[in-house]
Design a protein around this ligand. Sequence first.
Ligand SMILES: [Zn+2]
Length: 204
Amino acid sequence: MEERPCGLCGDADAWVYRTGPVLEGGYGSSAYDTTRLILTDEARLKGADRLCDACVAGLERDGVTYAYVTVLGDAPTQAMPAAAYAAIFAHHAGITLDTLQKHGVKRNRPQPEVTLDQIEALRADLEHDPSRTRSFRVGQVNFATETVRVARAHVLAAIALCAPLDDETIEDAARRYGESVAGSVVLMDSMIDDLIDKNLTEDR
Ligand SMILES: [Zn+2]
């Protein structure tokens, strides 16, 4: 059988593959099959393009990678730092831009005066945007999947408005999105804590 050594430790079979900031578990992985994870510190991989389960688990423990999409098994955690949400956003916005280019979508000359606020306003009308709302139905929001949709809507909105759109503007939008959503997740957690506290107090 073909040997597939891990790019980090070198001594285990590696079934988790890396594409840019995303790790994706393949069929041979017992812990990560069908799971996608986002890296917040790509330098940690030292150029490795495939990893074993143990090394991925180590990255999770160190807080530099977070599962954000999975087809089988438990839902990914919601409590990711701003940098993880920003990285998911930027990665999927980049994919959307590539897809549009592949289909020959022509872009008009960018209008530098179009602001990020304007793009965000249109984006929020196209897709539910957790970075622009302060009310959540507990248990019904999956921030990670929504982030993928919002990143897509961001690119469409920016193109429709003829806004400047490149790696730098995507990074800026991603950072602002990440900070806002990470704040919302904390807010939601504290809302749940408050509810539990209130119920406990009333039960007494
Ligand atoms: Zn390894």
